[in-house]
Design a protein around this ligand. Structure first.
Ligand SMILES: Cc1cc2nc3c(=O)[nH]c(=O)nc-3n(C[C@H](O)[C@H](O)[C@H](O)COP(=O)(O)O)c2cc1C
Length: 160
C-alpha cells in the first residue's frame, strides 16, 4: 500500500513519532513522510497556545497538498491548547484528493489535556473532506522513541 504520513513538529517529538510510525508501516508498505513547516512560527509559548486555542491558521512553506496519489494518509500534530497546530489546520484546509481516501490521525502530547478533543477535531476535518476515517491514537511525548509501543498502538487502533 502507498501511504503518506503528513505531520507538523515544532520541537521534534512528532517528527520522531512519525519516523517510528513510518518504520513500523514500512515493513509491508511504501511510506512517504511529508513534513508541514510553518512559514514563520512564533517561538512564544503563550502566543502559540493562543493561536491553537483560537483555531487560527498560519501560512505554511510550499508543500504538495494534493494527496490523490496515496491510498492511505496519516496526519499527525502536537496538541496545542487542546487543538491541532495552526500549520496543520492550514494544510488540512488546503489538502486535495482526500475524498474516499483512507485517513487516520495521531497526536503527540504533554499532559494529555485535550488530546481527545484534538483528535475529534482532526477526525471531523478529515470526514468533512470526504475521507474514510480508519483510526486514531495518541502518543505521550515521553513515548515517541518507543518503537515497540508505537507498533502496538498502530496495530490496535488503525484498520489498515
Ligand atoms: C504551545 C504549546 C501548547 C501545548 N498544549 C498542550 C495541551 O493542550 N495538551 C497537552 O497534552 N500537551 C500540550 N503541549 C505539549 C505538546 O503537545 C507536546 O510536547 C508535543 O509532543 C510537542 O510536539 P513537537 O515536539 O512535535 O512539537 C503543548 C506544547 C506547546 C508548545
Amino acid at each position: 500500500m502507498n501511504i503518506a504520513i503528513v505531520y507538523y513538529s515544532y520541537s521534534g517529538n512528532t517528527h520522531k513519532a512519525a519516523q517510528n510510525v513510518a518504520e513500523v508501516l514500512g515493513a509491508n508498505n511504501s511510506v512517504n513522510c511529508l513534513r508541514v513547516e510553518a512559514a514563520g512560527e512564533s517561538s512564544n509559548f503563550f502566543a502559540q497556545c493562543l493561536k491553537g486555542l483560537a483555531k487560527k491558521k498560519t501560512p505554511i512553506a510550499p508543500i504538495e497538498t494534493n494527496l490523490s496519489g496515496y491510498e492511505t494518509i496519516i496526519f499527525a500534530t502536537p496538541v496545542w491548547a487542546r487543538e491541532m497546530v495552526p500549520a496543520m489546520r492550514e494544510f488540512l484546509d488546503k489538502a486535495e484528493g482526500l475524498r474516499d481516501k483512507r485517513a487516520a490521525a495521531f497526536v503527540t502530547y504533554g499532559s494529555g489535556f485535550g488530546k481527545e478533543h484534538c483528535l475529534d477535531s482532526m477526525q471531523a476535518f478529515l470526514e468533512k473532506k470526504g475521507a474514510k476515517f480508519i483510526g486514531r491514537f495518541s502518543i505521550s511525548q515521553f513515548k515517541v522513541k518507543d518503537k515497540e509501543f508505537i507498533q502496538g498502538l498502530v496495530k490496535e487502533n488503525v484498520r489498515l
